[in-house]
Design a protein around this ligand. Structure first.
Ligand code: ZN
Length: 81
């Protein structure tokens, strides 16, 4: 995972916190967009990443609150477990 020092300032927002605060970020590939060696990706702040591991499905996931923001993030996780 490559870490970029700055968040893109082109209007795109982090899907977790719904801001484009200029903090370190990484690019996450959008499922289903890979074509050959290219794919579409979205920037996500490094400090917004909070992955869960599902051993049954063998996937890493991050639950997102609709509309972004992370103030209710822990509540969302508790509801879904
Ligand atoms: Zn964020």
């Amino acid at each position: 995972m490559k870490i970029f020092k700055e968040f893109p300032q082109n209007g795109v927002k982090c899907v977790v916190c719904d801001t484009n605060d200029n903090k370190p970020c990484t690019l996450v590939t959008i499922e289903g967009t890979t074509e050959g060696y290219t794919a579409q990706a979205i920037p996500i702040h490094v400090d917004c990443i909070d992955l869960l591991y599902d051993p049954t499905l063998k996937i890493l996931v991050q639950l997102l609150r609709q509309g972004g923001g992370d103030q209710d993030h822990e509540q969302d996780i508790k509801r879904s477990v």
